[in-house]
Design a protein around this ligand. Structure first.
Ligand code: ZN
Length: 128
């Protein structure tokens, strides 16, 4: 037993409508209407955070390796990881940040690969 918050009469503890004053104590339809969008919003924010975390991780790797482009192989890794970041940004329904870093890393990566490509071709040509 519990007390009705409207008329203070004793009612069943699982009552949804007071038998004394007729007030609705709990309307399950109203409750689900209020709770559903909140859950959706939470899911939205969780997935947003997950996507952003992944993009940040990839752009970090891409940036580090693009700056290490003189190490040769780093440029390839920079290209691969900036592409991974791009793919998530492109397919995600969220406004993710990190595009600028990904573009920067991609350009440096391409420059690095081109540099080593030309250096390789140059070395071959100079031997002929
Ligand atoms: Zn009542």
């Amino acid at each position: 037993m519990k007390k009705c918050p409207y008329c203070a009469e004793e009612i069943q503890s699982n009552a949804i409508k007071c038998k004394h004053c007729g007030e609705w104590l709990q309307n399950p339809d109203v409750k689900s209407i209020i709770e559903l969008p909140q859950k959706k919003e939470k899911d939205y924010l969780d997935t947003f955070a997950d996507d952003q975390k992944q993009v940040t991780k990839y752009t970090k790797v891409a940036l580090i390796f693009s700056l290490l482009w003189l190490a040769g192989i780093g440029s390839l890794i920079a290209i691969i990881y900036s592409n991974k970041a791009f793919k998530i940004i492109k397919h995600s329904q969220y406004p993710l940040s990190g595009k600028g870093v990904a573009i920067f890393s991609l350009i440096l990566g391409i420059l690095g690969v081109s540099f080593w490509g030309f250096a390789f071709i140059g070395a071959i040509i100079s031997r002929i």
